[in-house]
Design a protein around this ligand. Sequence first.
Ligand code: HEM
Length: 373
Amino acid sequence: MKLFAAILLSMASVASAFPAFEKLTVEQLDRARQMLDERQVLPNPIAPILGGNMTVTVGKKVIPDAAHPFKAPSATAQRGPCPGLNLMANYGYLDREGITNFEELVYGQQEVMGWGLDLSTFLAALAVAVDGNPVNQKVSIGGPDERVGTIPLLGDGTLPGGILKHNTYEIDSSLTRDDVAIGNNKVLNTTLWQDIWDVADEMNGGQLNGKVMSVVREKRYEASVRDNPQFAFAPIGVLFFFADQFLYNTMPTALDNGEPGPATRETISPFYGAKRTGERTWEYVPEHLPEGWVRRARPLSIPEAVLAGIDTVTAAASKGQLPVGITKEDLTSPQGVVCAVKSIAIGQVPAAVVGLQGMEMLLSSINSIGAPC
Ligand code: HEM
């Protein structure tokens, strides 16, 4: 409980640090960024209360460290549709078998990716709440697994679905995975991977940015409408307009000033496990980091993640390509986006598990994001 209390406390301070971040000007954001850069190490409320090897460092850092060597997943390991989770498990920042838990997820996202506590906690709480076991806080990063355990009070012996479960977190119209009704929704589709780089080549000299991701997202939506008779763009899909931007705000190696560098195919491909075999051909290998990769210095917060994705989601709104349950009106400000995402996230939690032990903490973690809403 100590950890959960500390998380809630720290998230309250995140909210008060951005009392109305929709009103921040570019100058104010720059000043906030500069203030963070001036500090070598940011205080981290989780660090003192996590066990030995779960201490989170903050600032620029070469990842992995010596304690986390790459190992390809074993035959029994779970892996799934998220390249970030797969990668963190391949280095042992998450359980190498892919049976992780809330604390480990919060730790891994901060330590490996350089994400803020707010973003890390939100994604982790939602994962355990909708795809995992809220009682023991475990979740599989792939499909159902006995090691996650059944949820006793439900009494039906069913295992939680894991991250791969369709339409709770995993959705149709993904950047590099097929829709489940017409293909493999778990493993990298290398043709879709090449498609991303074709757009980047055409629009931005082979580098990813927000405009490239908007066009890629639009193409994926159109492909789902065209090819998948069962296509349904689930409400939680709104989250992935922001996750799309991780390709250029998280995966590039950091520059000397700690900011993410250029999002080139050389840097980003290992994150996806895309190994080049020819001019336009790739094979899938376990997700790994580029040699000597340096994590971004300034933790990626929810405000920054939302600001990065807002153009993409607005472009989708103008074409009527939004997930079910999201309207243009929800997207008129970053604060509106946070509130919409939060309410959708809470709506994903099955009524049958809302009252379970452990769920209260997960729900209040989600709820304390982006106050007031
Ligand atoms: C608790 C943490 C996380 C959870 C629960 C999670 C979950 C997911 C899920 C379910 C998907 C599939 C979405 C779809 O069907 O389109 C996904 C995709 C993705 N995730 Fe994560 N994720 C987490 C953390 C991360 C991290 C740390 C990264 C690091 C960069 C990341 C990067 C991505 C990217 C880029 C995609 C899009 C994959 C594609 O190309 O289709 N995620 N994530």
